[in-house]
Design a protein around this ligand. Structure first.
Ligand code: GLN
Length: 466
């Protein structure tokens, strides 16, 4: 990491890189809001106070649904266009206290709903590895920023895979912590029982460092866990002797692309060579994760997004018919089609006549999915290893059917439903496009997860990028 003295140099280099790769709307469109002079002034302030924190002088990029002072927080939506938060998220305070400098807010699917960043009201972001392809989503802008070499660390948010899936598509590391490990204060709520702030890193070490800084109890978030934060970087350099890795058959269906399977098998072999034992396991309710997720997440979203009413935040459009008309006009103009679809779906499954059939049933099945993980972890398995996604990044515009888009989360939504930590690291390429391998661990076993990720990253070396 850079030293305090070079904070302004590091921040200036980030902005130069943004120009080189065209991070703005005329290029990758991964960066939505920046203010070079303000970021440089922040960097100078870091230097002047002689900051020695773990991230002293490190440029970071932040998904646009995490509240920052000064720069806008629009959640990739028209309804919050130009909105600047009156307070900042706890994760941002922690990053700044560790000496980091925010260099911009990144593009994302509107209110984090999507898997490609094509649902952003500010146009789609593009994958730096192949700009004709999506970077994944919803935190696609943050993944692209790290993949393009603008910053080594970026924040994203996870509700059902939105850090891991874009990390896999862009060939970077993406971590979703245990539910409650990181404060949600200042993360604009999508589905509160699933949401967590996650991190992207150019390497496992970058991600471990960032997670160490942002994790921990926060009086502003009553769901944040009152547990000590281990030093995740201490997990580096440990062999995998005695570690049992489960390979769940449901994540390796017969229909899985043979090349994806081969890359996962190569990764498992590499871990065996490091001393790990690989065991076949089963998580029998896996195929119910998508239907369950797409009931619970929209239900919670429909309630959380009720606050965007033209009165309290951002956009207000006058309608024909007094207050009611203003609500209708503001929300109809302000929300895009995917957000509207989720609100409709969510209010439907929560309505009196359907609550038991959909929402209550989904909560029951969610418990079964969580129990699958408990059973496997209680049987002596330390970690689960799977592909992060069924395919590499697809072309922009290739998936127009909402349900087909939802299937992108098939291997990732389970960890959010169960609240367990999970991460994606690069394990190779298919047709020149990055592919991710996913580790899933027991609640609060981020150290075990990082240990395996460090070991696999080391074992694969340059192979992970080929
Ligand atoms: N792709 C999923 C969705 O559209 C997950 C989003 C997320 O994790 N924020 O809801």
């Amino acid at each position: 990491m850079s030293t305090t003295r070079s904070a302004t140099e590091a921040v200036a280099a980030s902005f130069r890189r943004m120009d080189e790769v065209k991070a703005g709307a005329d290029g990758l469109n991964c960066m939505l809001w920046t203010d070079r002079d303000w970021s440089l002034a922040e960097a100078r302030a870091v230097e002047e106070r002689g900051a020695t924190g773990p991230l002293a002088g490190t440029p970071v990029a932040v998904k646009d649904n995490i509240a920052t002072l000064h720069l806008p927080t629009t959640c990739g939506s028209r309804i919050l266009e130009g909105y600047v938060s009156a307070y900042e998220a706890t994760v941002i305070t922690r990053l700044r206290e560790a000496g980091a400098v925010v260099v911009g807010k990144t593009n994302c699917d509107e209110f984090a709903m999507g898997s490609s960043t094509e649902h952003s009201a500010y146009g789609p972001a593009r994958n730096p590895v192949d700009p004709s392809r999506v970077p994944g989503g919803s935190s696609g802008g943050s993944a692209a920023v790290v993949a393009a070499g603008i910053t080594r660390i970026a924040l994203g948010s996870e509700t059902g895979g939105s850090v891991r899936q874009p990390a896999a598509f862009c060939g970077v590391v993406g971590v979703k912590p245990t539910y409650g490990r990181v404060s949600r204060y200042g993360l604009v709520a999508f589905a509160s029982s699933l949401d967590q702030v996650g991190v992207f890193g150019a390497t496992v070490d970058d991600a471990a460092l960032a997670m160490e800084v942002i994790a921990g109890c926060d009086p502003h978030d009553s769901t944040s866990a009152n547990r000590e934060v281990p030093r995740y970087r201490d997990s580096t350099g440990q062999p995998l002797k005695g570690v049992v890795i489960g390979r769940p058959k449901e994540y390796f269906p017969g229909s899985l692309d043979a090349r994806m399977r081969a890359l996962c098998d190569r990764a498992l072999d590499a871990m065996r060579e490091q001393g790990a034992e690989v065991r076949d396991v089963s998580l029998p309710h896996t195929d119910l994760a998508i239907p369950v997720y797409y009931i619970i997440a929209p239900a919670e979203a429909s309630s959380n997004l009720a606050r965007f009413d033209g009165v309290r935040y951002g956009l207000r459009v006058r309608g024909n018919d007094g207050l009611r008309g203003m609500y209708d006009a503001t929300r109809s103009h302000g929300f895009g089609p995917e957000v509207t679809r989720r609100i409709l779906l969510g209010t439907y499954v929560l309505s009196a006549g359907y609550y038991d059939a959909y929402y209550k049933k989904a909560q029951e099945v969610r418990t079964l999915i969580a129990r699958d993980f408990h059973h496997v972890f209680n049987s002596g398995v330390d970690l689960i290893f799977t592909p992060t996604t069924p395919t590499p990044a697809f072309e922009l515009g290739a998936i127009m059917e909402p349900y087909e888009m939802y299937l992108n989360d098939i291997f990732t939504a389970t960890a959010n439903l169960a609240g367990v930590p999970a991460m994606s690291i690069p394990i190779g390429r298919v047709d020149g496009l990055p592919v991710g391998g996913q580790f899933i661990a027991r609640h609060f076993d981020e150290p075990g997860m990082f240990r395996a990720a460090y070991a696999l990253e080391h074992a694969l070396g340059e192979e992970a990028r080929r």
